[in-house]
Design a binder for this molecule. Structure first.
Ligand SMILES: [Zn+2]
Length: 461
């Protein structure tokens, strides 16, 4: 680094010094952050997100002198300062507090920069995401790259897909592919406070989801603010295979029994993939909070994609209280969530251990192709589970009594241990479900002659 002039009263000179340092030290965190920003080729300034003019248009007015992605010198200087602030915030609580006090345009620019760095850099992923979510929550804004342009709504019959408790799902098109549009159900008579609360929940889910990337987690494209004029909607790839319980029901309707090797092949594969997706979330410090068949989708390769992060929480977040009544489904909930007092706590916030409990329930759900606790009312489940009631091993499936295979049952039993601390880690479940695989030659034998029930029966011991 060479200094060409003495540093005098010019504040820009300090920034220039810092940016020279950032340039020269790409191996330091500040330098690495700045490098990500200065190599951005999205066509938008990574700081203010304004569209950049074309390069080399020859006009003297051109504010973009080089291939730099910053629209103005001001944005470039702010990027340097923000990288230094960000490095500080990731290292010390005191610096983090300062960052979390940013508001309005400065907060918006900080969010843009942080999302860009989170997208491109594999370092500091977890603390960076936590900071990003905390700042977004504090200032009630989102990085501008989350807002999409060019999303279309399909309005044919059957394009309105599912209606959930708080949201509807429609089919749309974006970037030449089919997408699912999840829109909050906000009625015209919904009061302002409720509407803001719902929007904040959506923002939180979007930001959490946007920063996930795993082969067994549904990708997230972003938010559309135009189609449904009162409500933003979340855009993700459309999964034509639907959810995993529908797939299991479909197999039963097509005449397969849950003890057929073909059925077991998918059951074992899906349980293993669900565990892998969840293990990724737990490694990233995220609790899913609502794991059940309808939230577990199947992609075009018949692989699992975990979805619906509306009730997910960061396991170490302080920014969001979850002590209020929750919308998760009781049939997959752990006893300590259904009756916290029994466990000496007042919080029914989901944990990694309650996620593992839900995995046990999903084992039974997918084997029977029905909700867990067949024959029990919701009340009996809510009342019974904290008193150690669990799903039955033998259930009627398609008018025939079926008993869950021994190895699968043992995994489920471990997952729904009564005390959270006695449940295994999700990594244990990944390994245990990995050993469940049906050998491929069995599968072929099974699909060519599906009535090999005697062989599959030996698995049910
Ligand atoms: Zn700019």
């Amino acid at each position: 680094m060479e200094l060409t002039a003495p540093i005098q009263d010019d504040p820009h000179a300090i920034v220039e010094m810092a940016s020279l340092l950032a340039d020269a030290h790409a191996d330091t965190p500040v330098g690495a952050f700045f490098k990500v920003l200065s190599e951005d080729d999205s066509g938008n300034c990574p700081v203010c997100y304004s569209a950049l003019p074309e390069l080399n248009d020859g006009g003297a007015q051109n504010v973009r002198p080089s291939t730099s992605p910053f629209c103005t010198q001001g944005c470039r200087e702010l990027a340097v300062c923000m990288c230094i602030m960000l490095d500080g915030a990731l290292q010390s609580k005191a610096h983090e507090v300062i960052m979390l006090h940013l508001r309005d345009t400065l907060a918006q620019k900080a969010l843009n920069i942080m999302q860009k760095i989170a997208d491109k850099s594999s370092q500091h992923q977890r603390p960076l995401r936590r900071l990003l979510i905390n700042l977004a929550t504090a200032c009630n804004q989102l990085p501008q790259s989350l807002f999409l342009k060019g999303v279309r709504l399909l309005t044919g019959s059957g394009d309105r897909l599912v209606a959930g408790g708080f949201s509807d799902v429609h089919r749309g098109r974006y970037n030449h592919q089919d997408v699912a549009l999840k829109v909050l159900r906000i009625f015209s008579n919904t009061d302002e406070a409720t509407r803001n609360d719902l929007k904040q929940k959506l923002q939180y889910e979007a930001l959490l989801w946007r920063n996930l990337s795993h082969r067994h987690v549904l990708p997230f494209f972003g938010i559309d603010n135009h189609i449904f004029h009162r409500s933003p909607c979340m855009v993700s790839p459309y999964m034509r295979n639907g959810n995993v319980r529908h797939k299991a029901e479909g197999l039963i309707k097509r005449g397969y029994s849950p003890d057929d090797l073909y059925y077991l092949h998918y059951l074992f594969k899906w349980m293993h993939e669900i565990a892998q997706g969840l293990a990724y979330l737990h490694r990233e410090g995220i609790v899913h909070g609502d794991l059940r068949g309808p939230n577990i989708l199947v992609d075009d390769n018949r692989s699992i994609r975990l979805a619906d992060f509306g009730l997910s929480v960061l396991s170490e977040a302080q920014s969001r209280e979850n002590n209020s009544a929750r919308g998760g489904n009781e049939r997959w909930m752990a006893p300590e969530q259904l009756n916290p007092e029994l466990f000496g706590t007042t919080s029914n916030r989901p944990t990694t251990a309650s996620d593992v409990f839900s995995v046990g329930c999903v084992c039974i759900e997918l084997y029977t192709a029905q909700k867990p606790y067949i024959g029990l009312s919701d009340y009996q489940v809510i009342d019974g589970v904290p008193k150690n009631r669990r799903p039955q091993r033998t259930n009627v499936v398609n008018n025939i009594e079926r008993t869950v295979p021994g190895e699968l049952w043992r995994i489920a039993e471990k997952c729904w241990e009564h005390l959270p601390e006695n449940r295994p880690s999700i990594q244990w479940v990944v390994e245990a479900t990995g050993e469940l695989q049906v050998p491929d030659d069995w599968l072929q034998a099974s699909s060519s002659a599906r009535s090999v029930a005697s062989r599959s029966a030996s698995l049910a011991s």
